[in-house]
Ligand binder design. Sequence first.
Ligand code: FAD
Length: 392
Amino acid sequence: MEPPAGECDLAVVGGGILGLAVARELHARRPAARVAVLERGAEVGTGQTGANSGVIHAGIYYAPGSLKARMCVAGARAMYAYCEEHGIAHERCGKLIVARDESERGRLDELERRGRQNGVPGLRRLAGEEIREIEPHARGAAALHSPETGIVDFAAVARSLAAGLEREGMPVARRCAIEGVDQRGGRIVLRHAGGETIARFAVFCAGAASDRLAVMAGAPEDPRIVPFRGAYLYLKPAKRELVNGMVYPVPDPSLPFLGVHLTRHIDGNVSLGPSALLWPRGTSELTWPGTWRMARTWWRTGVTEIKHAASKRSFAAAAADYVPEIRPGDFDGGFSGVRAQALARDGTLVDDFVVSETERALHVRNAPSPAATSSLALAGLIADRVDSLAPA
Ligand SMILES: Cc1cc2nc3c(=O)[nH]c(=O)nc-3n(C[C@H](O)[C@H](O)[C@H](O)COP(=O)(O)OP(=O)(O)OC[C@H]3O[C@@H](n4cnc5c(N)ncnc54)[C@H](O)[C@@H]3O)c2cc1C
């Protein structure tokens, strides 16, 4: 569809899973309003939504009471219901979180406590010898099993959301990059190559570009997005039977990523990853004070990640800690995805979802994992704020 030059009631910038979920929710609440989605890419769901692990997280990791925890548990439920209703392939293949040795038992206890407090369904604690009942090739001192953790292709969900909007007559414009934001006559003006889209209110869900667009609309610079590239290796088809569902190590609680894990995907592949490397878009990350403060704190972790990125051997060795049969030669091909991670001026990696306001607009400024899982629930929260800022 051509960029919708002209007027609409509500505009959503960004056709990732979150922007599309927000547009769907706004349309459901205000059927008479014209809701338009403006996406830069040639297709929806090609940003983070199209290159991720595809895990419907159950909500184990997150601090009880945090937005992340509440949105993940509610979002996973909504995601399964959406996939069932719309015939999107998905599977509750379950996840095992393994304490590799006694030193990790305390952290596993903490994850169990968090998971139970967050209301994660079906959690079960396993002793070391019970691990093989779930994952015959995994080993460890103890484990936590989450049978409700599942897999899906989030890009397929995004395409389905876009098709649903279009069926209802709501435009989803592709190749429509927003290049400027102005205010005129009590409306917000979004400039793009096709002209201008003028709306009563706009919601920006622009992933890696969210900071740039927010600043364009008058928001402060803090937090800045720093992209992290996560690389994954695929197990050779003959080795896929080493894993039934997902096997994760107990993560380092102070890091936002989850350690090198094995994940089954809905297309049959099994991946090992990620490595997480800072992946600058240009010089802007390097001039942000937070980048250097973060680097001073995390340089040791950075060295490990560079080793993983450079060597199948070191990557495989990390996985062999909990699936001992894995060898460096077991991999062929893989994929990578770039996380849009918000970084504060003081060098803190922002952990929770962040939504901020400018005139006639809301900006999602941090939507890290598990935002794909949480998207349908987060959309409700964002629509509540639109309702209070721009009542129908
Ligand atoms: C490697 C990796 C693994 C992950 N694993 C998981 C997982 O297993 N489970 C999970 O729940 N989450 C996971 N995540 C996180 C999840 O993918 C994201 O949180 C989620 O996709 C965010 O969706 P989004 O719509 O906000 O962003 P995106 O999908 O990035 O969408 C933003 C959209 O905005 C568009 N855009 C940007 N600039 C403009 C502009 N100027 N004008 C118009 N449009 C613009 C982009 O083209 C893009 O389509 C993972 C992420 C990565 C990178």
